[in-house]
Design a protein around this ligand. Sequence first.
Ligand code: DX5
Ligand code: ZN
Length: 218
Amino acid sequence: MKKVKIAPSILSADFSKMGEEVRSLEENGADVIHCDVMDGVFVNNITFGIKMVEDLRKITTLPLDCHLMIVHPEKYVERCAKAGADYITVHWEACKDNLKEVLELIRSTGVKCGAVINPDTPVSAIKDVIPLCDMVLVMSVFPGFGGQKFIENAYDKLREIREIISATGKEIELEIDGGVCAENVARVKAAGADVIVAGSAVFKAADRHAAIEELRNK
Ligand code: DX5
Ligand code: ZN
């Protein structure tokens, strides 16, 4: 079976004890910590910013995957990198014609860069920049909130992007984010995803270790 990474999203954590939450994810087998940065403008929700990334960096050795759901992400790339991000992903919908430059800016800081598309954005929007990415992120919900239902058009997009990635011959990770759970994770992996974001599926589980292992092994 192909090895996948499980990236719990701390959007579903208890923000009043974030340090303990991240330690618990680490102890329970998470591979990556997915950090959902939201500004209340690009999406209708506000979470946290660079300071959270900086403080989490001090308490975990796991890679920090910063999913920027903000307008003008280029303004925050350097600070986010300095704060200790391992991946920074930016939306095509926030960057449009500047996406290539923003990805190059991320790369210039030494952090892995990724392009993200919303459920209503076709793969063709990012096709040309995929070879420049370390990661591509397919949203299977409209960003803003955890606990939403998986939107099924993501399977075809994953397959399409996986083919493009294979043609590049490069090792580019393919991440899926939104509504992933034990019931659909096998199909998500079969479609080509190798980094699985999971918010509610991990945080609502009574046993986080079992939930993470189920997502990994199904
Ligand atoms: C949505 C976020 C996701 C979200 C995933 O805007 O980008 O990372 O937290 O949560 P679930 O797995 O509950 O859909
Ligand atoms: Zn996310």
